[in-house]
Ligand binder design. Structure first.
Ligand SMILES: [Zn+2]
Length: 117
């Protein structure tokens, strides 16, 4: 898999974890374990930023544009459908062999594409 795409997936994963921390559903557990949510969020933000710095410039710029607007930056593509916007993406660009070997983005919603099936 393309290294940049791996980074993007890692970033997305951390952003999702951060979101779970801020949506309130983890309050109870956090109290039990005496975890400081703000500290965790700050650490996640730092890690996301650190990873984003490792993205190639063009990809980082695109990432920032998407990240500002939506929680999701990478969308899975399953059977030729982008699950960020549920529109069929042109699969001609992604033959079986070179899927996920380079960074692509959806021409409709702008998400980076991760081919799953
Ligand atoms: Zn899309």
């Amino acid at each position: 898999m393309d290294q940049q795409l791996e980074l993007l997936l890692e970033i997305q994963d951390l952003r999702m974890q951060r979101r779970e921390l801020t949506d309130g559903s983890t309050d109870l557990e956090a109290e039990v374990f005496d975890v400081k949510i703000e500290d965790a969020i700050r650490l996640l933000d730092e890690k996301v930023e650190e990873l984003a710095e490792r993205l190639a410039r063009g990809i980082r710029d695109r990432y920032r544009r998407i990240a500002d607007k939506a929680p999701r930056v990478v969308a899975p593509v399953i059977n030729g459908i982008c699950y960020g916007c549920f529109v069929a993406v042109s699969t001609a660009r992604a033959s079986e062999a070179d899927r996920n070997l380079r960074v692509e983005s959806c021409e409709y919603c702008g998400c980076f594409l991760y081919h799953v099936g």
